[in-house]
Design a protein around this ligand. Structure first.
Ligand code: ADP
Ligand code: MG
Length: 404
């Protein structure tokens, strides 16, 4: 098997360990500098050049894309995907993980624990936003920060307001987030590979510091994760579209709260702390998955007109409740059930003998027309009605909306 590790730092601990693990398993492995690729596009033939030579074929790619080269790095990964090479993390997953706002937006609808967070732009929205997440002390976070650098704790509302004003005046996008006080100075890093947590540690900040990043002096200890933490980490990774990820969680009074998901998690800290072979676990996983390159289902489905994937909701009182899947009219309507969602449970390829319950959701493939009227009510309809007349927004022409 031929494996390419995309990395800018040949000598970094993580790159060395991954290469070693691949060699140990008899793979033909190369570490390729992500910025030395050229991406060529022409009809029917996406291609890649590396150091001015056409790239040889690879079976799998393990991207290690640093935050400073996300755009170019994800473009290279996407090109490998379009060439049907298995990528341990997809371009889409990497891009999602790089933006703390985008990650939380995606996770929030899936009922995964996250710290309450708001994102505002208008000055008038700042104070109400701070109040909605529980008031001071409050966390202020740069959307694309790493290593704890862009995370601040404001002790009072006044300080928070002035920090936010300052950052916004510098054109920084920031999140206002509830300070999870009971987790002060601690967090959990779960290392997910595929559908397993292969190693985990707790990082503990030293002294007065509230940030537990190792780069801020945090000290790591191995930890045996309770099942709810394991499950949250794996689900979050999958929802983000990743397969190899370092999931950072706070230990809140109500269980795990996910802060961020790293798509190129470092190996040194976690391997040293746990003495586990995380690099080996990643390489073994790739070897097992290599025959299944990512398929963008939505992209492929556009070919079959009128067909698609949709979710069908089974409300209380529906004629489906209490029936076996085989006794419903789904197959008559030419609908295939791909997955059944029941509360927190996910049941892939459910058996035809399975009996439906109220509140089940069925992910189906078939004629979209046949699924009309069966899709779940939009979440926003469940919200309490807000009675308020909104004034027209006065148009202030201080900024143009043009790109560029
Ligand atoms: N909402 C919060 N409540 C309490 N501590 C937090 C919160 N958000 C972040 N922290 C602390 O700050 C650290 C860095 O935050 P994080 O969002 O992971 O940013 P970075 O990408 O810079 O690591 C975390 O590891 C945690 O210790
Ligand atoms: Mg972090």
């Amino acid at each position: 098997m031929r494996l390419a590790i995309l990395s800018r730092s040949l000598k970094a601990y993580s790159t060395r360990r991954l290469k070693e693990a691949a060699l140990d398993r008899g793979m033909d492995v190369k570490v390729l500098d992500t910025l030395k690729f050229a991406i060529d596009l022409k009809r029917g033939a996406p291609d890649l050049y590396f150091r001015q030579k056409q790239l040889r074929s690879y079976d799998a790619v393990l991207p290690r894309i640093g935050a400073s080269i996300t755009y170019y790095g994800t473009a290279v990964v996407r090109q490998f995907q379009e060439m049907d090479v298995f990528c341990a993390n997809t371009a889409h997953g990497i891009a999602n993980s790089r933006d703390k706002l985008r990650s939380l937006q995606i996770l929030a609808r899936h009922h995964i624990g996250i710290p309450e967070t708001t994102f505002v732009r208008d000055k008038k929205d700042v104070l109400p936003a701070i109040e909605r997440v529980g008031g001071a002390p409050v966390i202020i976070k740069l959307i694309e920060g790493t290593q704890g650098i862009g995370v601040l704790l404001a002790e009072t509302v006044k300080t928070a307001e002035s920090i936010i004003e300052l950052l916004q005046s510098q054109k920084q996008n920031i999140l206002i987030q509830k300070f999870v006080a009971e987790s002060r100075g601690k967090d959990i890093r779960a290392f997910v590979v595929g559908d397993r947590v292969v190693a985990s540690m707790r990082r503990v900040a030293q002294g007065q510091e509230f940030r537990s990043n190792v780069h801020r002096g945090g000290i790591a200890e191995p930890v045996d994760l309770p099942e709810d933490y394991v499950e949250a980490a794996i689900r979050a990774t999958q929802i983000m579209g990743l397969r190899v990820a370092g999931v950072d969680m706070l230990e809140s009074a109500t269980g795990p709260q996910i802060m961020e998901i790293n798509s190129s998690p470092g190996l040194e800290g976690i391997e040293t702390c746990t003495q586990l072979d995380v690099a080996g676990a990643i390489i073994d996983y790739i070897a097992a998955q290599v025959d299944f390159p990512e398929i963008d289902v939505r992209q492929r489905l556009t070919v079959s007109k009128g067909y698609g994937v949709s979710e069908i909701y089974v409300p209380e009182g529906s004629e489906y409740v209490g029936k076996q899947l085989s006794d419903t009219d789904l197959s008559e309507k030419d609908l295939n059930v791909l997955t059944l969602y029941r509360g927190h449970k996910v049941i892939p390829n459910p058996k035809m003998s399975r009996v439906l319950e109220p509140d089940d959701k069925l992910l189906c493939f078939g004629k979209l027309e046949a699924m009309k009227g069966m899709i779940p009510a939009k979440t926003r309809r469940r919200r309490r009605p807000v009675v308020q007349d909104l004034p027209d927004t006065p148009v202030t022409q201080t900024e143009t909306s043009e790109d560029g």
